[in-house]
Design a protein around this ligand. Structure first.
Ligand SMILES: Nc1ncnc2c1ncn2[C@@H]1O[C@H](COP(=O)(O)OP(=O)(O)O)[C@@H](O)[C@H]1O
Ligand SMILES: [Mg+2]
Length: 111
């Protein structure tokens, strides 16, 4: 089962996502929570202490190979075994949820 939550800022997406993840894990499911927000804060909703949340390393962009096709479209290829990536970058949170963070903005760029 995959659940994606999207919507207006401040409407409770992170709170609902974290609560659903914890309830599903408590009911015995294996849960991987993926925080794709550019300002990630799912960790605290999942019950991680702020100092542990700060230490989480986001997935690096080098896991994906992006290529332009002759017709101009872009394709993305995942270069690693997803389970290994989960072992390397997953953070164990309360209730058995595993958290992966992928969207943090490292630094501002020119624009
Ligand atoms: N059901 C609710 N009742 C009251 N406050 C809530 C509720 N759900 C979320 N909040 C609060 O609203 C704020 C925004 O919630 P958040 O889940 O971070 O929103 P989003 O992820 O959509 O930006 C947070 O301070 C959160 O604690
Ligand atoms: Mg949010």
């Amino acid at each position: 089962m995959r659940v994606a939550i999207a919507g207006k800022g401040g409407s409770g997406k992170t709170t609902i996502s974290g609560t659903l993840a914890r309830l599903l894990a408590q009911s015995g499911r294996q849960v991987v929570a993926v925080d794709a927000d550019t300002n990630p804060n799912l960790a605290t909703t999942l019950g991680l202490q702020p100092d542990r949340a700060k230490e989480i390393v986001s997935l690096p962009r080098t896991l994906l190979k992006r290529e332009q096709q002759p017709d101009g479209s872009m394709t993305s290829t995942f270069l690693r075994d997803p389970l290994q990536v989960l072992d390397e970058y997953g953070t164990q949170a309360p209730d058995g949820v595993r958290l992966v963070v992928m969207g943090a903005v490292g630094h501002g760029g020119a624009g």
